[in-house]
Ligand binder design. Structure first.
Ligand code: NAD
Length: 506
């Protein structure tokens, strides 16, 4: 194993690095070169990290701070992230193949602003609310409290490692919890780097712990650990079901952000020039490895051929290449496993009777002989019952589905899916577009746009795309318990309800 010049990364538990007997090799998806090694955590590391997080929570240093003080620490951490942006971008590109423009704009670029949003919420959070005096069943004063849960766990996918980690770390810490994060096996670098940056910026030891390890043992232990009060998961629907099952053993709180099969419903009056670009941006950003991508383009017959022609023409201008080059539009997919999976779906689509309008395989040329490359691909003649229209491909693959132009039919096609994460509607008539938006079964619906995610607005899925919401003004509530405190105001034994059980003449 040639590890000269390759940095080794440890886990981060209790404010310190923690190594492991075994290591993961992190390889650049663009050329398969070894870029780093990472400690491969075990079930014992989970137990240690949870014990540290539990002790830290119970000591009260973090959980007992005011929201304002916690918010101030998190703001300092967000500033430190901004100062380390270059280093984080480099790590993200090397591990997950995002292009420098995508990493700068999304993968890393969103990290500091999203954390800042949660820091500001920490200061504003209402932790205690008095309720007007209640005369029934006895006269009382009542107080509602929102309290942190304790140890919260986050289990991450590989596609947006740092930002998706912060969607869990941010609100959990802002609400006063301590956190254990398990990164994905392929892309742990940016989240591990973040933990160190946060610690150096003043986040106390033990408040945030980051472990690595395989899902089947380390992830499963975290999801079922009796001292973890909540598990927040982002990943596939299949593993999400397993997380729910594991968490049910101790009736943990669970939030799930799962798969998607986003549909764009095009109405007959859509602006085709914008739409051709939007369809490609929608399905090819980060090589289509985004849960809320446009994967199904539902197009009226009357404009189908013209729109497909425009998309195919525009797709030919997309430059694949070195992700670190600012001129590159599209990088590789993350791993050999994903590469094979996407290529197998390209075969399935052909076998099902869909026609490749552009792309359809591995790009030609010496630059693409190593690494995991897929051409931007557009399938036409797709029907919504095909596997390529029903299952998550998670690659730069767009399925164009023709319909009559009746908006009700377009909506029915879009909603005919087990998923309901994102959808969009394309029309110049906003009244009509909003009517369609109201009927689409998805947690986010964009009108004439796509991929717009804002920390101030909730994100999550209908149906099998998830449970609960991340982001938005209520984000911290997902990491709290609600406590009702009842204070007797009568101060008299006979004014209370005890005579339901006890006779007064005894
Ligand atoms: P995945 O489900 O394979 O893995 C996600 C995480 O779960 C990894 O850390 C993995 O180690 C862990 N894991 C695997 N088996 C486990 C088990 N038995 N117990 C506990 N943990 C286990 O997902 P992936 O391939 O990394 O990511 C792609 C998927 O994530 C896609 O389906 C995508 O749609 C989804 N995703 C959803 C969102 C969203 O917000 N809805 C965002 C990004 C990605």
């Amino acid at each position: 194993m040639a590890t000269v010049g390759v940095q080794h990364h440890q886990m981060f538990i209790g404010g310190e690095g923690k190594d492991a007997a075994e290591r993961y090799e992190i390889r650049n998806p663009a050329n398969e070169e070894l870029v780093a090694t990472v400690a491969k955590g075990t079930v014992e590391d989970v137990d240690q990290a949870v014990a540290v997080a539990k002790r830290t929570f119970e000591r009260g240093g973090w959980s007992g701070m005011t929201g304002e003080d916690r918010g101030a620490v998190l703001l300092r951490v967000a500033e430190a992230v901004s100062e380390h942006v270059e280093e984080l971008i480099e790590l993200e590109i090397a591990a997950n193949g995002a292009t420098v423009r995508q990493a700068g704009g999304f993968h890393i670029g969103l990290a500091a602003p999203h954390l800042t949003y949660f820091a500001e919420l920490a200061a504003k959070q209402e932790r205690e609310r008095g309720i007007a005096t209640a005369p029934y069943p006895t006269i009382s004063q009542n107080v509602l409290r929102r309290e942190p849960i304790g140890v919260c766990a986050g289990i991450l996918p590989w596609n947006f490692p740092l930002v998706l980690a912060l969607w869990k770390i941010g609100p959990a810490l802002a609400a006063g919890n301590t956190v254990v994060i398990k990164t994905d096996e392929k892309t742990p670098l940016s989240t591990l780097a973040f933990a160190r940056i946060a610690h150096e910026a003043g986040l106390p030891a033990g408040v945030l712990n980051v472990i690595t390890g395989d899902g089947e043992d380390v992830g499963a232990r975290l999801a079922s650990h009796p001292d973890v009060g909540k598990v927040a998961f982002t990943g596939s629907t299949a593993v999400g079901r397993e997380i729910m099952r594991l968490a049910s053993q101790t009736v943990k709180k669970v939030s799930l952000e799962l798969g998607g099969k986003g549909a764009a419903v095009v109405l007959e009056d859509a602006d085709l020039e914008t739409l051709a670009d939007a369809a490609l941006f929608g399905c090819c950003l980060y090589s289509g490895q985004m849960c809320e991508s446009i994967t199904r383009l539902v197009v009226p017959e009357s404009i189908h051929d013209e729109l497909v022609e425009r998309i195919v023409r525009r797709a030919a201008t997309i430059r694949l290449g070195d992700p670190a080059d600012f001129d590159t539009d599209l990088g590789p997919v993350v791993s050999a496993e994903q590469h094979e999976r996407i290529l197998s779906y390209l075969e399935i689509g052909r076998a099902e009777g869909a026609t490749v309008a552009t792309g359809g395989g591995v790009p030609e040329g010496a630059a693409f002989e190593r690494g995991f490359w897929i051409e931007p691909t557009v399938f036409v003649d797709v029907t919504n019952d095909m596997r390529i229209a029903r299952e998550e491909i998670f690659g730069p693959v767009l399925c164009v589905i023709k319909y009559s132009g009746d908006p009700a039919e377009g909506v029915a096609i879009a909603n005919d899916s087990i998923y309901g994460l994102s959808a969009s509607v394309w029309s110049e008539d906003y009244e009509q577009a909003l009517e369609v938006a109201a009927k689409l079964q998805a947690g986010t619906v964009w009108v004439n746009d796509v991929h717009m995610v804002d920390p101030a607005l909730p994100f999550g899925g209908y149906k099998q795309s998830g449970l609960g919401r991340e982001l938005g003004p209520d984000a911290l509530n997902e990491y709290t318990e609600v406590k009702h405190v009842h204070i007797d105001l009568s101060r008299k034994r006979e004014a209370r309800a005890y005579d339901m059980v006890l006779s007064s003449d005894a």
